[in-house]
Design a protein around this ligand. Structure first.
Ligand code: UTP
Length: 293
């Protein structure tokens, strides 16, 4: 049992986003909008809802758009104030009041493990959450609060797991697990980064939410570059799992991998059809559209 409350989150957003070129040539993929909000804002809102008030964003060479998005936009705010557009004004102001956001650069994007290691000085001795900046969890589904509870109870690293079709497991880390007394919480016995279907221990894939103990920094420092010559967070966690120090929360809600083109389009539609302002009209249009396919 840990009595330490987690209040810091690290949000890696320094990847090259090659799957989304040319859109990501001059803009981070985390700034792509889902309807009218960049993906990164959904992620920051999720962290804030879970009570994580201190965020460290790991950014790359195109960091300006990310920083500007969470900064005060005086010019836009004054224009909306003059027009008396209170609705839009509060939406614009909302994004810079969500949390206390700090930024650091990754330098060369040498993998997710390398990005997380950049948070060492900021996080110091505390446990912390990691939310991948291009991975969205639907606000109606709970994941992070359950992970924080599991972390507190087991005083261990916690990863988020989700069942995926076996033919997609090569895109993820795959976990070998054992049940615990808690419904939806498993002990992770082994982790393999991006295995082929026949080498995967299960179809439980590691998705982009973690609650980590600060011990991970030392493990990452001793983790050699792996797949793609990058320092993989999964490799460091595999090492920890071998020592029985990793748990998993199995998620069955709505998750959107916005770094992938097809998933990005599906995400936009899934979020949009449930929006109060445009949902009904979009549903009607989609019905007609699908009849002509
Ligand atoms: P991805 O695995 O999707 O990699 O990163 P990527 O390089 O950004 O994308 P592609 O494959 O070239 O299209 C998952 C998350 O980790 C961050 C990314 O920004 C994303 O939020 N990341 C990845 C880093 O911060 N640094 C890295 O070196 C790699």
């Amino acid at each position: 049992m840990s009595n330490q409350r987690v209040n810091k989150a690290v949000i890696p957003a320094a990847g090259l986003g090659t799957r989304f070129l040319p859109a990501t040539k001059a803009m981070p993929k985390e700034m792509l909008p889902i309807v009218d909000k960049p993906v990164i804002q959904y992620v920051v809102e999720e962290a804030a809802r879970a009570g994580l008030a201190d965020l460290l964003m790991i950014t790359g060479r195109n960091k300006n758009a990310l920083e500007n998005h969470f900064d005060k936009a005086t010019e836009i705010e004054s224009a909306l104030q003059l027009k008396g557009d209170v609705g839009r004004l509060s939406q614009v102001a909302f994004s810079n009041s969500l949390a206390n956001i700090h930024y650091t650069r990754q330098g060369d994007p040498k993998g997710l493990g390398h990005a997380v290691l950049r948070a060492k000085a900021h996080v110091a001795e505390q446990s912390f959450a990691v939310l991948l900046g291009d991975d969205m969890i639907d606000a109606r589904d709970q994941l992070l609060p359950q992970m924080l509870d599991a972390h507190q109870k087991y005083d261990a690293h916690v990863v988020a797991l989700m069942e995926v079709p076996m033919e997609s497991i090569h895109l993820y880390g795959s976990a070998a697990v054992e049940k615990t007394e808690d419904e939806g919480v498993v002990r992770v016995k082994a982790l393999v980064e991006k295995p082929t279907a026949d080498q995967a221990p299960s179809n439980l894939a590691v998705i982009g939410r973690y609650v980590l103990k600060s011990r991970i920094f030392e493990t990452l420092e001793n983790t050699p570059a792996g797949r793609g010559d990058e320092i993989q967070l999964t490799d460091a966690l595999a090492h920890e799992a071998a020592a029985d120090k990793v748990f998993g929360v199995v998620f069955s809600g709505r998750r959107y991998d916005t770094g992938d083109k097809l998933d990005y389009l599906k995400s936009t539609i899934q979020v949009a059809v449930d929006r109060e302002d445009i949902g009904d009209e979009l549903r009607e249009w989609l019905k007609g559209f699908s009849q002509n396919l």
